[in-house]
Design a protein around this ligand. Structure first.
Ligand SMILES: *Cc1c(COP(=O)(O)O)cnc(C)c1O
Length: 392
């Protein structure tokens, strides 16, 4: 089909929940995508932080196809090897104790919220179920994770929302203490706020929150749906902060493009979600887990150091361009935010760059770059040249 035919068919038959860029994509190779007419696009988006191995990765495609031919799905009523092996690797590389696999970020966060409330219920009974989240956060699109999201604009249309969330300002221990109370069971945060605009939390703040949680027997819940799986240059962002959260959610990059997510819990929380308390039909799917194993094999410590180096390179080069609409950059590893100056429009900028062959994202008040972790220097330089040409 041509791009136009794909667009027309989409408009006719798919709900209009997305404001799409006017580009159809097929196929991709490395960090370069093509439209059906053969035009190339350098990809600084990874399908929103998902395709960490880029496109057309041979080992990844082989693992998926081999596993699909052996066993595509059998449910969690039986044991399967790929998920067990993936869980072992995640625990050994992070110091967490056990994993529950699900399918998407919002669903993983629902599981994390359930775990926190049940931990408290088992120990203290009812009335201690409030979770403090941060202003400007993003935690998902289910009824409960929408209200966990600390942005008023998401608390609309779908009333009534779930009770039991309060908000505190990021990087302010005073604000967190003001939100405290006998009804609290947990604090939930993204260590680098993603959708909110790529805003890393301060290390001293995160460590102080961890300490406060220990004092009050609140669980510290890290939403690493976007920051996890190598994005920040460590396997998980909490490893940049030298803390071990009680529960960590992950999703986007875990299987390199197949739908998979999950939560990891520490030893204290290992048995909170016992038999019958939580489940999901597709969770721990063997094909997704086989893809996840290839991601883990690729993300060696040396590879992750290289992710940090690539992120530094990209940020330095962008700042050196001194583009009239761009201010400072921020972020961690290959999760990069660019400040957009007053008078410039982030959506217009994104559209212009895409028109000229560079795919980018926006987040909060600025631009957001999430390139595939395997992006080459040559591809980064091509992207930078398009930026200079389009916005210089
Ligand atoms: C993307 C994202 C989610 C939601 O994930 P879905 O897979 O879209 O449900 C939740 N939290 C964070 C931090 C995210 O970036």
């Amino acid at each position: 089909m041509t791009s136009q035919q794909i667009k027309d068919l989409t408009h006719q038959y798919i709900m209009t929940t997305y404001g799409r860029f006017p580009v159809a994509i097929d196929p991709g190779r490395g960090a370069t995508l093509y439209d059906p007419e053969g035009n190339a696009y350098i990809d600084f988006t990874s399908g929103i932080g998902v395709c960490d191995l880029g496109y057309g990765n041979q080992a990844w495609a082989d693992a998926i196809s081999d596993q699909a031919k052996r066993l595509g799905h059998v449910s969690n009523l039986f044991y399967t090897e790929p998920a067990a092996r993936l869980a072992e690797i995640l625990c050994k590389r992070t110091g967490e104790s056990c994993v529950f696999f699900a399918n998407g970020g919002g669903e993983a966060n629902e599981g994390m919220i359930k775990l926190a409330r049940k931990y408290s219920f088992d120990k203290y009974g009812k009335g201690r179920s409030t979770i403090i989240t941060l202003n400007n956060s993003f935690h998902g699109r289910t009824i409960t994770t929408l209200v966990a999201t600390g942005q008023e604009v998401f608390h609309n249309y779908f009333f009534p929302f779930t009770e039991g969330f309060r908000y505190a300002d990021a990087n302010s221990l005073e604000s967190l203490e003001a939100a405290a109370g006998d009804d609290v069971c947990a604090v939930m945060m993204e260590l680098v706020q993603g959708e909110g605009g790529v805003l890393p939390l301060d290390k001293t703040y995160v460590q102080a929150v961890k300490k406060l949680c220990e004092e009050k027997d609140w669980l510290l819940l890290a939403d690493e749906v976007q920051t996890g799986v190598g994005r920040t240059g460590k396997l998980f962002a909490f490893q940049q902060y030298d803390i071990l959260p009680d529960v960590v959610s992950f999703a986007k990059g875990i299987a390199g493009g197949l739908p998979m997510s999950g939560i990891m819990a520490n030893e204290k929380c290992r048995n909170v979600l016992g038999p019958g308390t939580h489940a999901t039909t597709f969770g721990a799917n063997p094909v997704c887990a086989a893809a996840g194993l290839v991601v883990q094999e690729t993300l060696t410590d040396a590879f992750l150091e290289d992710v940090q180096a690539k992120g530094t390179y990209l940020r330095n080069q962008i700042e050196a361009l001194h583009l009239p609409c761009f201010g400072q950059t921020r972020g961690m590893g290959l999760m990069i935010g660019i400040e957009v100056k007053d008078g410039c429009n982030k959506s217009e900028i994104a559209n212009k760059l895409i028109e000229n062959g560079l795919l980018v994202l926006t987040a909060g008040p600025g631009m957001r770059l999430l390139p595939p972790l395997v992006i080459t220097k040559e591809e980064m330089d091509k992207g930078l040249a398009i930026m200079k040409e389009t916005l210089g």
